[in-house]
Structures are given as C-alpha cells and as structure tokens.
Design a protein around this ligand. Sequence first.
Ligand SMILES: [Zn+2]
Ligand SMILES: [Zn+2]
Length: 157
Amino acid sequence: MDLIYDCQNVLPDERICSRRNKFKGFENLHAVSCKKCANEKKVFVSESLKSKVLDICPLCEKKDFYVQRDFPQEAGCLIVIIGACFVPWTYGLSLPVVAILDFILYKFLPNITICYYCLCRIRGSLPNPQHKPFDHNLFEYFLKEEEEEKRKMASLS
Ligand SMILES: [Zn+2]
Ligand SMILES: [Zn+2]
C-alpha cells in the first residue's frame, strides 16, 4: 500500500513545509520522515491494516475516511466540460454519454482512501464498506470538532 501525505510541519521561518511525501509499502514501516524537512511521523499499523483493510489512520489514528476514485479531479471536470460543449450538436445526448463514462470510470478505477482529519491518502487498501464518498457536512463537523479540541487544550495549558 502507498501512503501519501502533505507535510504540515512548521519550519523555523514559520512557513509550513507542505511537501508531498509518498511511501510505498508503509505497512512495513514504523515511521516516515519528510523528504524535505526530515520531520518524522510515527506510522501506526493496526491489525486490520496488516490485512489491507484500513480502519485507523496510520498517521493521526482517527477512524473517519472518505473514498475517492484515484483519478485526477481536473480530468473528471474536463470530461464534463467537453460533454457540455457538445450538447448543441448532439441534442443533449453527450450528457448521458458523459454520465455513463463517468460511471464506468468510477466503477473501474481504483479508489484511494483519504483521512478526514490529516488528509493523508492510502492507495492499495481493500475496500472498507464503512468508508463513503466525501461528505462536506461531515468534513465541517470534523473541522469544528478539531477546533473545539484545540481550544480545550489551549485553555488547559
Ligand atoms: Zn516537511
Ligand atoms: Zn489521519
């Protein structure tokens, strides 16, 4: 399995590193370190993840993920735009064709699983029926929850 994440380490000059890191076979690693700033992150591999079913995030140890097809989003948009451009010539038939094409791509392209919290991506895991496509409301809920947690931490210290 591959683990892909953007480094969120704050550098000495207070900028965020934001380097995208990719590790193949991360299930055999104990830690990964950023290729730019060398910031190390522990890798947590749950029992379930050892058999390729993702349940707990290897980086932040949370349990909420969404799945997305492993396909550049721009390419998906382009297909839709092209479909829309051909509407006048095809009497609107290009739209269902695009929808079918989209559906086929969705069916056959491998999925990538993304953590709602740390946004790391896991490629090559087996499908987990609990993981659904991206839900904006859920995402906002998690963001709020995280802020709340940070506020609590800040008030404690
Ligand atoms: Zn970094
Ligand atoms: Zn995570």
